[in-house]
Design a protein. Structure first.
Length: 135
């Protein structure tokens, strides 16, 4: 669905992405969306005849590009990956560790679904499981 459809990397943390990787992903995403509206090849006919058609194409571009931007921007945030889980929300213990396994959660932005990576913490004291709080 998302342009070239490159999925997320499964590699280990730390700073889930670099600015350069994030920028390149955005550029690739945007360019492939732009190609659908205004192909660089002059022999490829332009699609749509009415302003409404073009608006729909612009809407499609927005819905492709903005969720990727949000995902990439979130991945750049230093707090995207925590090393310490803080204290346990159940028993207050600080004997908390961050589990290696992460999961993906889909949040809904106005422009469509955005997939974020989520860490999980576990408490050694009460075995409670929770997410590290992110400001
Ligand atoms: Zn606990």
């Amino acid at each position: 669905m998302y342009g070239t459809g490159d999925c997320f990397k499964e590699e280990a943390m730390p700073a889930r992405t670099t600015r350069q990787e994030a920028r390149q992903k955005m550029i690739d995403t945007f360019m492939s969306s732009l190609d659908k509206v205004i192909p660089v090849d002059e022999s490829v006919p332009l699609r749509g005849r009415t302003f409404l058609d073009w608006e729909k194409q612009a809407e499609q571009l927005k819905r492709t590009v903005i969720p990727i931007l949000l995902e990439e921007r979130a991945a750049l945030e230093e707090t995207a990956v925590v090393e310490q889980g803080g204290s346990c929300p159940y028993c207050g213990s600080d004997r908390v560790y961050v589990e290696k396994q992460t999961s993906r959660v889909e949040v809904h932005s106005p422009e469509g679904p955005v997939v974020l990576e989520k860490q999980h913490c576990r408490c050694r004291c009460c075995d409670g499981s929770f997410s590290p709080s992110v400001p």
